[in-house]
Design a protein around this ligand. Structure first.
Ligand SMILES: O=C(O)CCC(=O)C(=O)O
Length: 442
């Protein structure tokens, strides 16, 4: 049965709150442009698809399509925009064909994500439009996110942070439909859940999961701005204290967990058989496919950034190769871990470490509120396992004997790392970094 609409009414205050306070403005907008307005070539941010519908006036919408007809794989290439460096006014004819469409009232253009386009307004024009994600183009979304993360202001316009919440909601929908089995076949939402029995559906699912795993890396807010005060930069480097709000970090974690369950579900229900031209076949589990794909993506992102730096693209904000690496290394779900149990175990330890760190950071010097004990990499307690003194506050850290400091350092890092760091102050500083304690004054 069709449901009643969610339109605002004079009675339902929560509908107003939902519409007004949600990210609606990022996803549905009106745009007024005067005659002669011109937007140079760009990709819409956050891997979003776009629709646009003139209400009055006209717009020339100029899109670049791959030279190889409609082979959109070319738009995923990490060399596409860096070799040669993309010129927003004159794209290389070796890579792109430009086509223009004149949009008039009564028409709606729907544009897939990761489409390079420019817009010229020949007569003053008011348009309604919006952005959205579509399950069937999540692969383009992933590629668009890569381009806009690495090249940022050079290739995109407005960043829409609420887009990340939309990705998380999509994962929730997939989880509800696939793992929980709560979306029936006659529900309209069903067609937005990937059909994992087809290669296209599997690609949609794996792309969405890869995006979700990488949210903490691709979200530009994580890196802060050049205007961040020095102490904020120090906290970022020492404690992974990024400007991303804590609730969003936890939500990202939750979505990553949902992705793990979805992939486990897919792994239990499907397998991929690959046939070679000589007639031999090989069976691959969904987990193997995902592990290979994910590792490749981790590598690709680093490589893309290195290429952009080598091509001397202007570096924006704190989005440096070193910080991307830090973020990539912090992904608790590295797919090179062998079993689901091992992954889960690692993730639990990683989560526990994050919460101890956040707690200790809030405890400042541990005088009002004592530090909690940071577990060792295998999850055990250093006080029990290694008979080391507890470290409830700064005073206890400073009072550590040299041998105990050495043991602590080696336990959180490695014996080899401890050998390299000989100076007591450096060891203390790294110990503070490991447990989330306030770093000693430089
Ligand atoms: O209408 C315009 O001038 C530009 C709109 C645009 O490029 C976009 O929405 O991505």
């Amino acid at each position: 049965m069709p449901q009643a609409s969610m339109n605002p009414t004079p009675y339902a205050s929560d509908t107003h709150a939902m519409l007004r306070m949600s990210a609606q403005r990022d996803f549905r907008w009106g745009l007024a442009a005067t005659t002669g307005a011109y937007h140079t070539l760009h990709i819409d941010a956050n891997g979003l698809a776009t629709f646009i519908s003139p209400q009055t006036g006209r717009k020339w919408w100029i899109v670049a399509r791959p030279i190889d007809n409609f082979n959109f794989d070319a738009f995923e290439d990490i060399e596409l925009l860096v070799d040669p460096p993309f010129d927003v006014n004159r794209p290389s004819p070796k890579k792109f064909v430009l086509e223009a469409i004149l949009l008039e009232p009564g028409m709606t253009l729907i544009m897939r994500p990761n489409t390079i386009h420019a817009v010229y307004t020949p007569t003053s024009c008011v348009t309604h439009g919006g952005h959205f994600y579509s399950t069937s183009t999540m692969r383009d979304t992933l590629a668009g996110m890569y381009h806009t993360a690495v090249l940022h202001q050079l290739i995109t316009n407005t960043d829409h942070p609420p887009a990340y919440a939309a990705i998380r909601r999509l994962v929730d929908l997939f989880h509800c439909g696939l793992v929980e089995g709560r979306i029936s076949n006659d529900d309209q939402a069903r067609s937005h859940i990937p059909d994992v029995g087809t290669v296209e559906g599997l690609v949609d699912l794996l792309s969405t999961c890869t995006i979700t795993m990488l949210l903490g890396v691709l979200d530009f807010r994580v890196y802060g701005t050049e205007k961040m005060p020095p102490h904020a930069n120090r906290m970022w480097e020492l404690h992974d204290d990024t400007p991303l709000p804590l609730n969003e970090r936890l939500e990202n974690q939750y979505s990553r967990g949902q992705c793990t369950e979805i992939l486990d579900w897919a792994n239990n229900h499907f397998q991929l058989t690959i046939s070679s031209p000589n007639g031999t076949t090989a069976d691959l589990s969904i987990k193997e496919v995902q592990a290979t794909l994910f590792n490749r993506h981790l590598h690709l992102l680093e490589k893309y950034k290195q290429k952009a730096d080598a091509a001397q693209f202007l570096q924006t904000g704190n989005f440096t190769a070193a910080r991307i690496k830090t973020q990539l290394d912090a992904i608790p779900l590295r797919s090179d871990l062998k079993s689901a149990d091992e992954r889960l175990e690692k993730r639990l330890i990683a989560n526990q470490k994050i919460s101890v760190k956040v707690y200790n950071m809030a405890a400042v010097d541990g005088r009002q509120l004592q530090y909690q004990t940071m577990p060792l990499p295998d999850g055990s307690d250093p006080v029990e396992k290694l008979k080391l003194p507890a470290l409830p506050n700064q005073q206890a850290i400073q009072a550590l004997s040299d041998p105990d400091l050495e043991k602590y350092h080696a336990a959180y890092y490695s014996a080899a790392a401890t050998k390299r760091v000989r100076n007591r102050d450096d060891r203390l500083r790294e110990l503070c970094r490991a447990i989330g304690a306030m770093p000693p004054a430089a």
